[in-house]
Write a protein that binds this ligand. Structure first.
Ligand SMILES: *[C@@H]1O[C@H](CO)[C@@H](O)[C@H](O)[C@H]1NC(C)=O
Ligand SMILES: *[C@@H]1O[C@H](CO)[C@@H](O)[C@H](O)[C@H]1NC(C)=O
Ligand SMILES: *[C@@H]1O[C@H](CO)[C@@H](O)[C@H](O)[C@H]1NC(C)=O
Ligand SMILES: *[C@@H]1O[C@H](CO)[C@@H](O)[C@H](O)[C@H]1NC(C)=O
Length: 243
């Protein structure tokens, strides 16, 4: 009887977190060209001393994915805070929450270098939702994907979140297990943010932006942006869920 009760409590405390849902996103309908509150509800702003340093994404109830380059110079959790539900870096954000970082794990894959930051658990809302992480899906050539981030000098005085629309191109066999897109520049403040693609009714993160991977030259001399496999990141998040 006692163990039955414990089971019930555990079930209530750990509901399955649905990922990749953005109830307020109108991108697929092509409705506006401006990012609005709740458009990309997993977008995170990694902050040091109250200033935006890099982007990131909520990938689980309490884990944020970013680029290792963003945090490697200062990998101490207490140096960082993460803001979720933010639209403007210099304006009011009624739906945001600022959270302390409790732990940072760096992955050191050859192609991609990710960081997973563990947070105090936020309350999810239409403005704060986790994105699904690509688990080896194929995004067909020509499909539309988006990148998003904050960059000083973009988004006007209020520094509104910016998005870049791009489309998937063939990686030309140079990068297996990768997703490649038409080349687009990644500003420093965009580092750590996502490349996002919609598939089967959910949004998937297909890559982490870094200032380095902005232009890759393929064997036929074409420029494209390539994003490494995120499976090592998934294993970090999964290992934590068990601990
Ligand atoms: C977050 O960290 C700051 C500085 O260490 C601390 O003052 C504050 O109480 C923390 N907030 C929470 C909710 O723990
Ligand atoms: C980096 O990867 C190597 C080889 O997989 C591993 O031995 C090493 O412990 C890793 N270092 C860090 C900091 O994760
Ligand atoms: C992805 O596409 C490749 C080549 O078209 C195929 O070999 C592979 O099985 C596909 N993977 C998945 C997960 O569908
Ligand atoms: C922030 O907004 C204020 C007005 O609300 C403006 O005066 C200021 O220039 C802005 N700062 C930046 C860095 O754009």
């Amino acid at each position: 009887m006692a163990s039955y009760k414990v089971m019930c409590v555990l079930t209530l405390l750990t509901p399955a977190v649905v990922c990749g849902q953005a109830p307020l996103n109108t991108r697929l309908l092509g409705e506006s060209s401006e990012v609005t509150d709740g458009e990309w509800p997993w977008m995170a702003s990694l902050q040091k001393d109250g200033r935006h340093v890099c982007g990131g994404t909520l990938v689980d109830q309490d884990s944020v994915l970013s680029s290792a380059d963003c945090v490697s110079s200062s990998p101490t959790a207490s140096d960082w805070t993460v803001v979720l539900g933010r639209l403007k870096q210099n304006g009011s954000n009624p739906f945001e929450v600022t959270l302390n970082v409790t732990d940072i794990t760096l992955s050191n894959q050859t192609v991609s270098h990710e960081a997973v930051l563990r947070l105090e658990t936020p309350t999810l809302s239409n403005y704060i939702q986790p994105i699904c992480v690509d688990d080896g899906r194929n995004f067909s050539v020509g499909s539309t994907c988006w990148a998003a981030g904050w960059s000083s000098g973009a988004g006007g005085e209020e520094q509104v979140l910016q998005e870049i629309q791009t489309s998937v191109v063939d990686c030309e066999d140079t990068w297996s297990d990768s997703v490649c897109t038409e080349a687009f520049p990644v500003e420093q403040g965009f580092s750590g943010g996502p490349l996002m693609c919609h598939q089967d009714g959910s949004w998937f993160q297909a890559g982490v932006l870094t200032a380095e991977n902005k232009l890759t030259t393929g064997p036929q001399g074409k420029f494209f942006s390539c994003f490494g496999d995120l499976s090592s990141t998934l294993s970090i998040v999964a290992a934590r869920q068990k601990s």
